[in-house]
Design a protein around this ligand. Structure first.
Ligand code: GLU
Length: 475
């Protein structure tokens, strides 16, 4: 049974890189009918906060990356780490280290001065009779892991292939600090052992930790899990992705009007491919996902492509769903007030005319403005060009005709427009453009009959009258 985990350190919001790691774990678990576990690595108490834990969970939920077990928190497990450390000491696989930070620093400097490796010199490793439990209780001391110093460690990575590390480069790393807190490489392995992880899928910034962790798994008598180290995500200038390249927090994309599935689709393509297919349903992702199709090279974050994908997801989303999603943006953009009731059926109909033109939910909200607003503000150029003496009589005539219409449908409206333009022997645009400015304030909108139908008779007449008045006041 495949068991994988996403193990974020809550020292920041869920960011693009973390979300992609979470996603690959999730997809691998679902593809294999396995278990996806969320583990919060909050041992660094100075940098971890409750707010970040909540933000990470919120981000995962928004992306629809449901986990099956957890969230486990490492700070709840300090007794467990302690007992595993004690066990390793008892078995002679770890030892107490009495060297003070000052001594260590002095010896490290000396080693560097002599051109030697600055790693721990092993002073406490073989001291007979030291490191008994009693002695440790008197004085708080660190626990170090006995790393093998000969031979090689091979990491057989599912993405990167075989990577060989020389064991004499590995330090006897501290697994418990003298203040009693466990260290990163130790907690990861203890947890992976404890929750029976089969595959470790994470960023390749952890590749150098892997040989050390392999020896700890072995010492704990656990089968080494399989590893898949994901290449980094870089910005367009090939430096590590950061705020300079645009928003990096997942929830910032929610605020910018992105759909979670569009972001998921974008994230999966940061390193993974399936032929030249670009758009995938969640089911397809789960069905097709494998490490064979994960590239070895770093992925480049491309905000324009993400925006394009979002526009595709908006086009393909049911209008009813977009109607739900756009409401908070209508409030934020001051188009409706909080709690204002909008007829969902009407809103969906309006959205259908705008989906193809909106790349984000914010753009969609702003295009809905003229359908919803009580007052239309004219674009100055559009007003000057189309609301003038030439169009006044046409607008008056249309206003008269529409007042008596009972069936305010696109078909009926089209018929009336046709009659007016034929009577005056003019092109449709000569009537439609002034009407468009009167209805939307500008010169671009969906088809004029659809716009009129959605705005509705009452508002249409009001807007025509305002346009006629505006012309009268100007000329
Ligand atoms: N907590 C580590 C991080 O956020 C992940 C450790 C792991 O996946 O092994 O980078």
């Amino acid at each position: 049974m495949v068991r994988v985990r996403f193990a974020p350190s809550p020292t920041g919001f869920l960011h693009i890189g973390g979300a992609r790691t979470a996603l690959f774990n999730y997809l691998y678990a679902r593809h294999n009918n396995g278990v996806f576990i969320l583990r919060i690595e909050d041992t660094d108490r100075t940098r971890s906060t409750e707010e970040y834990i909540e933000a990470i969970i919120e981000g995962m939920k928004w992306l629809g990356l449901e986990w099956d077990e957890g969230p486990f928190r490492q700070t709840d497990r300090f007794d467990i780490y302690r007992s595993y450390a004690d066990m390793l000491v008892k078995e002679g696989k770890a030892y107490y280290c009495y060297c003070s930070p000052e001594e260590l620093e002095a010896r490290r400097k000396e080693a560097i001065a002599q051109g030697k490796s600055p790693k721990y010199d092993g002073r406490c490793r073989n001291i007979e009779g030291r490191g008994t439990r009693d002695e440790r209780q008197e004085k708080s001391v660190a626990v170090r892991f006995k790393m093998p110093q000969e031979g090689q460690t091979v990491v057989d990575d599912l993405i990167k292939g075989k990577i060989v590390f020389e064991n004499n480069q590995l330090d006897d790393l501290i697994i418990m600090r003298s203040d009693g807190t466990p260290t990163y490489n130790f907690t990861v392995v203890v947890d992976d052992v404890d929750i029976k992880i089969t595959h470790v899928i994470r960023g390749d910034d952890h590749l150098n930790n892997t040989p050390k962790q392999i020896h700890i798994y072995k010492a704990l008598g656990y089968d080494i899990p399989l590893f898949a180290h994901l290449p980094m995500i870089l910005g367009s200038d090939k430096t590590r992705l950061s705020k300079r390249h645009g928003a990096t927090s997942v929830m910032a994309y929610k605020d910018m009007g992105y759909l979670p599935d569009a972001l998921v689709n974008y994230l999966v393509r940061l390193g993974w491919s399936y032929g030249d297919q670009e758009i995938f349903s969640r089911e397809e992702l789960i069905k097709y996902f494998s490490f064979e199709n994960v590239g070895k090279a770093a992925a480049i974050f491309n905000p324009e492509k993400l925006l394009w994908l979002n526009s595709q997801y908006i086009i393909n989303a049911p209008a009813e769903k977009l109607a739900e999603l756009v409401i908070p943006f209508l409030v934020k953009e001051n188009i409706i007030s909080e709690g204002q009731d909008l007829n969902k059926e009407w809103l969906s109909k309006a959205i259908k005319t705008l989906k193809e033109r909106s790349k984000t939910l914010i753009e969609l909200a702003n295009s809905l403005r003229y359908y919803i607003a009580e007052e239309i503000e004219y674009d100055e150029k559009a007003k000057a060009k189309f609301l003038n003496e030439k169009s006044r009589d046409l607008l008056i005539e249309l206003n008269d005709r529409l007042t008596s219409v009972t069936d305010f449908s696109t078909q009926e409206l089209e018929k009336i427009f046709k009659e007016i333009i034929e009577k005056h022997n003019i092109k449709l645009g000569s009537l439609a453009q002034p009407v468009r400015v009167a209805m939307t304030g500008g010169t671009e909108s969906p088809g004029i009959f659809e716009v009129l139908e959605i705005v509705g008779k009452e508002k249409v007449l009001k807007r025509l009258e305002k346009a006629i008045k505006t012309i009268a006041n100007t000329f």
